[in-house]
Design a protein around this ligand. Structure first.
Ligand SMILES: Cc1cc2nc3c(=O)[nH]c(=O)nc-3n(C[C@H](O)[C@H](O)[C@H](O)COP(=O)(O)OP(=O)(O)OC[C@H]3O[C@@H](n4cnc5c(N)ncnc54)[C@H](O)[C@@H]3O)c2cc1C
Ligand code: FES
Length: 264
């Protein structure tokens, strides 16, 4: 844990960017080391909510020492974060997790796939992923509130799916890929983040097409630092230390090669 820093940070700005979705920039020294796919744990000030909430890094401004998180209000912790104003002090821990292996995309045609609150880490990745042959960014939303889509389009071609069919392809990211692929070469590497049903579909798609897919499992976590085993996922290979087919998402993940984890 020595290299993970808990520190007092300051909210630089906050705004609502869609229904229930907030965009917050935080002044913190953690920004300097933060990599796409990593997350920070944000502490609440509510004594009833003991554990910090894990939120992915959406963007960093390393020169200013500032990082951005985009989150959906899901319950007590995130509802509290949504009330924060510029200048508010907050405690954060991180950067945590392994992040996306960006070297895996060098010279390749990469598909970046994000669903719902799995979209924010894709912005950090799209921005920092360099030397790819092509970047296709496929994002799935509930409705026509396409948060972050304009920003993503600065870094690759964006393809949208909406559950209600109000924008782009009706359905999910896999449906959007089907329409994108007609006549085009398919991906050579996939990076994905989103809800479990989406990640299952991405894993299946990648296996059928024999494409390496790196998926970020934003599953429910508790301690966030490897101590409680509240976040284990079954793996194909046995862990070298414990000889069990388990990995802790918070420390070994959240990013895994899809073929190495069992997600049902
Ligand atoms: C590595 C990682 C990265 C994440 N990145 C983001 C992000 O960038 N943006 C974002 O909006 N959210 C992200 N999440 C999810 C976020 O951590 C949860 O939404 C948050 O912890 C909920 O806290 P709460 O106190 O508001 O809700 P609670 O009051 O604790 O719970 C409210 C409801 O949400 C459910 N819930 C809580 N946590 C999760 C979860 N992780 N997945 C699914 N359901 C959950 C609970 O079961 C409950 O029904 C991430 C989670 C992980 C593990
Ligand atoms: S959240 Fe406690 S071990 Fe992963």
């Amino acid at each position: 844990l020595e290299h993970k820093k808990k520190e007092r940070a300051v909210v630089y700005s906050q705004q609502q960017i869609a229904q229930g979705i907030y965009d917050m920039w935080i002044d913190t020294s953690l920004a300097v080391q933060a990599e796409p796919g990593q997350f920070i744990s944000v502490y609440t000030q509510n004594p009833a909510a003991l554990l910090p909430r894990p939120i992915s890094i959406c963007e960093t401004d390393k020169e200013c020492g500032r990082l951005r998180i985009v989150y959906r209000v899901a319950g007590i912790g995130t509802a509290e974060f949504a009330t924060y104003k510029e200048g508010q002090c907050i405690d954060v821990l991180g950067p945590l997790g392994n992040g996306f292996p960006m070297g895996a995309a060098r010279g390749k045609r990469a598909f970046l796939m994000g669903g719902g609150i799995g979209i924010p880490p894709m912005l950090a990745l799209a921005k920092e992923l360099e030397e790819t042959a092509a970047k296709e960014i496929i994002v799935g939303y509930r409705n026509s509130e396409l948060f972050l889509a304009d920003e993503l389009s600065k870094y690759g071609s964006v393809h949208v799916a909406t559950e209600d069919g109000s924008k782009g392809t009706k359905g999910n990211v896999i449906n959007a890929i089907a329409s994108l692929e007609s006549g085009q070469p398919s991906a050579e590497v996939i990076f994905a983040c989103g809800p479990l049903p989406m990640l299952r579909a991405v894993k299946k798609y990648a296996e059928e097409k024999d494409i390496p897919a790196y998926i970020s499992l934003e599953e429910r976590m508790a301690c966030g630092v490897g101590a409680c085993l509240g976040c284990v996922v079954r793996t194909k290979e046995k862990d070298h230390h414990s000889y069990v087919n388990n990995a802790r998402i918070c420390t070994d993940g959240p990013v895994y090669l899809a073929s190495e984890v069992e997600i049902g």
